[in-house]
Design a protein around this ligand. Structure first.
Ligand SMILES: [Cu+2]
Length: 473
């Protein structure tokens, strides 16, 4: 009898749990700060690459050779110079499970890749060389796997040819500073900055403007599916669609550069039913390429700026908001500087978006702009009065908040460049209201890859709190 009561209670709790993102409030245009270069910052740094770290600070680097970088503190506005020891502009970035940032490859003269792999430590602000990628990597992708290793693929070699190799990087052992690198699988020339995401079943979905495939990481073999409906050319953006506590199997591909200009097309692919292929969704209000895709804690997508032709022509100063629930686009406020090719944008823990870069003449160069989404002027914000800084996969934890009717989301911090983001994802937690807050369940290791996340509480109007950092795993 006692057992039955317990089972009934579990069912009741499951039925009342919030597992999906609510629709949120109507999107309003929001506003931009004036362009700025942080006081005291090296003017050599162009924010082509932008990585939010668990310290709440942002690692920015770029400006070709020698590549320059600094760490920007959005709270104080200060910077610390951290020039990398290799020309890592046009490489890839991926946080490890402990929050250190792996930086893979970069760009030597003449469209050639460099071999370097580096590890950046947000605690000590130091770079440590790692084993080199043998053939060189220019425009590669780095994807953290559920076991903490990192899949490295794609890009050009040192000779400017497509690199067909896949490598797996294993992080340093506890207390160590240098990891190991091994080649895996057969040839798979993914192309330049292939978009990759770990799926809830542990496999890796890869999407490019012209291909769709899924990697079984137990055998390192690929299965190919239909290519996207529209040719997105290059400079296309892609995101993992917001998911529930059981994860997301769906991705969205939007825009891209064509020889004739750009495409306005957007489409989705659901890896839960891969043979169904791609489904067109509402096209953007205009053809765009080189947007930086930024998932926001209210469950919408911000497609930051971009342009309509070539790498820098036809600048588009407004951004777009996409509602996954309503399948509608809304035009957001215009920024002052062009943010097209070689630009980046990441969500900050306070709910704003940092937009940086564009290396072309007349572009944003060494300036940055801060976007305040409409939810920041929509009234009082919810608050998190207490939350743990660590939760194991599957563990139940308590989020203290006085805001009733709220839900909670985990957001993996962005690692953005060239319209790619190697890291961002949003997960609506399974939560149950309790006295004084929410009881939440940490997702599994394939839904929330082990690592640092921003935890936001979002009220029933779609207004988010500021984030608290929590390590999952
Ligand atoms: Cu580049």
């Amino acid at each position: 009898m006692r057992k039955l009561v317990c089972a009934a209670a579990v069912v009741a709790a499951a039925l009342s749990a919030t597992t999906a993102l609510p629709a949120g409030a109507a999107v309003t245009p929001g506003s931009w700060s004036a362009p700025f270069t942080p006081a005291g910052a090296s003017s050599r740094v162009i924010g082509v690459h932008s990585v939010l770290m668990y310290t709440g600070k942002v690692l920015l680097f770029g400006n070709l050779r020698p590549t320059a970088g600094y760490v920007y503190d959005p709270v104080t506005g200060g910077t610390t110079e951290v020039d990398p020891p290799a020309d890592v502009e046009c490489g890839a970035m991926e946080p490890l499970t402990d929050g250190r940032i792996l930086v893979v490859g970069g760009h030597a003269k003449g469209a050639k890749g460099i071999n370097n792999i580096l590890l950046f430590d947000p605690a000590t602000l130091t770079w440590t060389p790692q084993p080199s990628s043998p053939q060189g990597r220019y425009y590669p992708t780095a994807t953290r796997l559920p076991d903490g290793r990192v899949l490295i693929s794609g890009g050009f070699t040192n000779n400017g040819t497509m690199n067909p190799d896949m490598e797996v990087y294993t992080p340093p052992p506890a207390g160590g500073s240098v990891g190991t690198l091994v080649k895996v699988g057969g040839p798979h020339p993914s192309g330049l900055y292939p978009h990759q995401w770990v799926l809830p079943n542990g496999k890796v979905l890869e999407v490019t403007s012209r291909s769709t495939s899924i990697l079984d990481t137990s055998t390192w073999t690929w299965t190919n599916y239909s290519r996207p409906n529209t040719n997105h050319g290059s400079g296309e953006a892609a995101v993992l669609v917001p998911g529930s506590a059981s994860g997301s199997t769906k991705v969205m591909l939007l825009g891209g550069k064509l020889s004739t200009g750009a495409t306005a097309a957007a489409e989705t692919f659901d890896a839960a039913n891969p043979t169904a292929g791609w489904t067109n969704v509402a096209s953007m209000p205009q053809a765009r390429t080189h947007m930086s895709p930024v998932l926001l804690p209210d469950g919408t997508l911000m497609a930051d700026a971009g342009n309509s032709s070539g790498n820098y022509n036809g600048p588009i100063y407004t951004s777009l908001s996409y509602s996954f629930g309503a399948n509608t686009w809304t035009t957001l406020a215009a920024q002052a500087k062009r943010r097209a090719y070689h630009s980046a944008a990441v969500l900050l823990p306070d709910g704003r978006v940092l937009s940086s870069g564009d290396t072309g003449t007349g572009g944003g160069l060494n300036t940055m702009e801060l976007y305040s989404p409409g939810y920041l002027s929509a009234g009082a914000r919810p608050t998190i009065t207490a939350a743990p800084t660590q939760a194991a996969h599957g563990a139940t934890f308590t989020i203290s908040t006085p805001t009733t009717g709220s839900h909670a989301v985990l957001m993996e911090p962005g690692a953005a460049t060239h319209t790619a983001d190697f890291s961002e994802r949003i997960i609506a937690l399974s939560t149950t209201p309790t006295t004084g807050g929410l009881s939440a369940v940490a997702p599994s290791s394939t839904v929330a890859l082990t690592g640092w996340y921003m935890l936001f509480v979002v009220d029933s109007a779609g207004v988010p709190s500021t984030a608290k950092w929590i390590h999952i795993g």
